[in-house]
Design a protein around this ligand. Structure first.
Ligand code: NAP
Length: 297
């Protein structure tokens, strides 16, 4: 699989990718950098952000600036976005990618767990979008916002209800603001990826499964495979580039038709026993605790 675009497609763009230190966010950051943009990434773990920035700058040249910021905290978000504007210049694009997720029978989920996921996805995506949007409108600037959603925004997902509710909210934000901010030249779109193996998603949502997706059950995906990161990078570059400004308010699935064929969600887990849930929860908690320790380091 190969890139569809020439190397200077995003020259002159300045893009913030939330959660850009890992997984899909890191892949998109790398692609935008390769295509000539200046990149800003944020997350809660400074070491992870700095390592990613150093790795990508060494590979492609250019600038990747890092910001330790918890998107659940509106003042921290506004401070970060203000700092980018004054120290680097206005952003031309934003990717709402940061997320958290917990897989669990909903009746045993704590309200704290619900708040953690909703805080990052639902509240955080709004805080960052609003902090940027306000400045774009004040400065009379055109811009592109891309939110990374899930196909469950259309049909829900049992066992990941906080994520399904929050992502569906961000889908509606995308449509609402496409209308409200259209006259300012600010467009908002979203991508709903099917399974694209990343350490973060696999450790939390498919604990015990190989991170390359090789031992996943792919029978619900008509194309019979997980996504290739290059495919995701291509559509994310297309949505951030000039030349398709009339495209706004859309959420595009890239999932090999999984959600159309089999729901593309966690409905099949109704067969899981209590013992299995306990085992899976312990494994996911181990991954979460390891990440938390890195946030304190
Ligand atoms: P990931 O590697 O765990 O990425 C999540 C990122 O969000 C991390 O870099 C994390 O950094 C950051 N983050 C979490 N909480 C944050 C907070 N409060 N403030 C700032 N940053 C925060 O997982 P991923 O698989 O790449 O997922 C990325 C996006 O793709 C998510 O929106 C996910 O829902 C979506 N997605 C993924 C798949 C897939 O198959 N992988 C499928 C559909 C949709 P820190 O922990 O350092 O803060």
């Amino acid at each position: 699989m190969q890139s569809m675009f020439r190397n200077d497609l995003l020259a002159g763009k300045r893009i913030l990718v939330t959660g850009g230190g890992t997984g899909l966010g890191k892949e998109l950051t790398e692609e935008y950098l390769r295509l000539g943009a200046e990149l800003h990434i944020c997350g809660r773990r400074k070491g992870v952000l700095d390592d990613t920035a150093a790795e990508l700058a060494a590979k492609h040249g250019g600038a990747v600036k890092t910001h330790v910021c918890d998107v659940r905290v509106p003042a921290a978000v506004d401070e970060m976005v203000g700092r980018i504007w004054t120290e680097s210049g206005p952003l031309t694009g934003l990717v709402n990618n940061a997320a958290g997720n917990i897989i669990s029978p909903t009746e045993s989920l704590s309200t704290r767990g619900f708040d953690a996921v909703a805080g990052i996805v639902f509240h955080g995506s709004f805080y960052v979008t609003q902090a940027c949007g306000r400045r774009w409108i004040e400065g009379g600037m055109r811009a592109s916002v891309l939110s990374i959603l899930v196909t469950w925004v259309w049909n829900g997902s049992p066992y990941t209800v906080p994520s399904a509710m929050s992502k569906a909210g961000v889908n509606i934000m995308t449509k609402s603001l496409a209308v409200e901010w259209g006259r300012h030249g600010i467009r908002l779109n979203a991508i709903a990826p099917g399974p694209f193996p990343t350490k973060g998603a696999w450790e939390r949502l498919r604990p015990g499964k190989a991170i390359d997706g090789s031992d996943d059950d792919l029978s619900g995906i008509p194309m019979g495979r997980v996504g290739d990161m290059t495919e995701l990078k291509n559509i994310a570059a297309f949505l951030m580039a000039d030349g398709c400004e009339y495209l706004t308010g859309q959420c595009i699935a890239i999932d090999g038709a999984a959600h159309l064929a089999s729901g593309g969600n966690y409905a099949h887990l109704w067969r899981r026993s209590d013992e299995e849930w306990m085992r899976v929860r312990e494994m996911a908690k181990g991954a979460s605790d390891r990440d938390k320790a890195l946030r304190k380091a």
